[in-house]
Ligand binder design. Structure first.
Ligand code: FES
Length: 165
């Protein structure tokens, strides 16, 4: 479990639980609502839900959250990077691009958010822009026909902008 130190507003969680009448059948909707607030599922929030909702436990909530790809158990970075590894992007070289990002941001496999909290990384199966493969999205911006050199320059630019602030 990722030990997060996000301060939780438990009254906001209570409002979500009330809306869904503390029913375990609404667990997914509750978790979606929590993720809308924090952009991920803080551990303390999952524990709280597990303790408050009848017939649930923190372990069950955690198990459900890890099962569904829509839920993130780590905080997202200021820059959310999505590398497409769908078929079109894969055959046109998404893996070298992914590896270049991991190296640049010191993200080993399984580590999804950089230590400074600036960048988070995920792979996705298709961004619907196969003609531009390989594609990387950073927040809402699509970067077409990426190469490892090009993504390194983009990341360097973002890093120097951040350091200059
Ligand atoms: S496979 Fe990458 S955009 Fe479709």
């Amino acid at each position: 479990m990722s030990g997060s130190s996000t301060a939780i507003d438990f009254r906001a969680i209570d409002r979500i639980l009330e809306k869904y009448e503390y029913k375990k059948s609404y667990l997914i909707a509750m978790l979606q609502a929590v993720q809308e607030i924090y952009k991920y599922l803080p551990e303390d929030a999952m524990t709280y839900i597990g303790e408050k909702v009848d017939e649930l436990s923190p372990a069950t909530v955690y198990g459900v959250a890890t099962f569904y790809a829509q839920f993130s158990l780590e905080p997202k970075g200021k820059y959310e990077i999505k590398v497409c590894d769908g078929t079109a992007c894969h055959v046109r070289g998404s893996m070298p691009v992914l590896n270049a990002i991991r190296n640049k941001l010191d993200l080993k496999e399984g580590k999804l958010t950089s230590d400074d909290g600036l960048f988070s990384l995920e792979t996705v199966s298709c961004l619907g822009a196969c003609g531009l493969a390989p594609v990387v999205m950073i927040n809402d911006k699509v970067h077409p026909q990426m190469t490892s050199d090009a993504i390194s320059i983009i990341l360097d630019t973002l890093l120097s902008e951040e350091r200059g602030q």
